[in-house]
Design a protein around this ligand. Structure first.
Ligand code: NI
Ligand code: MN
Length: 225
């Protein structure tokens, strides 16, 4: 048992027994975010890729909280060089952390650091806590191998980008939820900026029409997982 808290855009917090995990902590510059950088506290931090709207305030949060950043190899080497403690992984690999197992999956997108350095491939993140499997898709296009991710792991919660332009839009994300065979779906990466405006109610209707639950969350909302 635990709690999933949405902080706007792709920033997601998991409270899992004694550990708090941040994914893509975009705080400063995120008009939707409900917490300040000063309030940010976690035990582990996971990055899907290096773009500024995901990498966000990683360095400040990681240093102040003395946490390990879990990221793809190139992104972790970039952070190592900035005195941030990291755990490097790569696509298809999984590792057991104190809060659960993390597996990095494919994401069809791009990745670079905010200052333009090469950051390897972007990733999706599959977290298995023992009682719950959570998939955070990061930024991605729809791709057919999402079926394989859903076949290999029974996904309880899938966080899927719906904002279009840089990622999947509503209809592609509905198809992604079907491919993943996810029981519960949470739309992310929309309405943060004008270029990624999307209708979450339309998404919810379409997700429900394919027999799944949809949780449209405002920044600050939480659900029991
Ligand atoms: Ni991106
Ligand atoms: Mn993004």
């Amino acid at each position: 048992m635990g709690k999933l808290i949405y902080h706007g855009h792709s920033f997601t917090e998991l409270k899992l027994s004694i550990h708090t995990v941040y994914i893509d902590p975009f705080i400063e510059g995120n008009p939707l975010c409900d917490i300040t950088l000063k309030e940010a506290e976690c035990d582990f931090l996971i990055l899907t890729h290096g773009h500024a709207d995901h990498y966000g305030n990683t360095i400040e949060i990681a240093k102040r909280n003395n946490v390990k950043v879990i990221a793809t190899a190139e992104l972790s080497y970039y952070l190592d060089a900035r005195d941030v403690s990291t755990h490097a992984m790569n696509l298809g690999g999984s590792f057991n952390f104190p809060f659960g197992k993390v597996k990095l999956t494919l994401a069809h997108h791009s990745s670079s650091t905010p200052d333009g350095a090469y950051a390897g491939d972007p990733a999706g993140v599959l977290i298995s806590t023992g009682s719950c499997n959570i998939f955070h898709a990061g930024d991605t296009a729809l791709f057919y191998d999402m079926k394989l991710i859903g076949e290999m792991c029974k996904i309880d919660y899938a966080l899927l980008p719906i904002g279009d332009n840089f990622t999947m839009g509503v209809d592609d994300a509905v198809k992604a939820a079907e491919f993943l065979n996810a029981a519960n779906v949470i739309p992310i990466h929309y309405n943060t900026f004008d270029v990624i405006k999307a209708d979450a109610d339309e998404f919810k209707r379409k997700i429900e029409s394919v027999g799944k639950k949809c949780h449209v969350m405002k920044a600050g909302d939480s659900i029991e997982i």
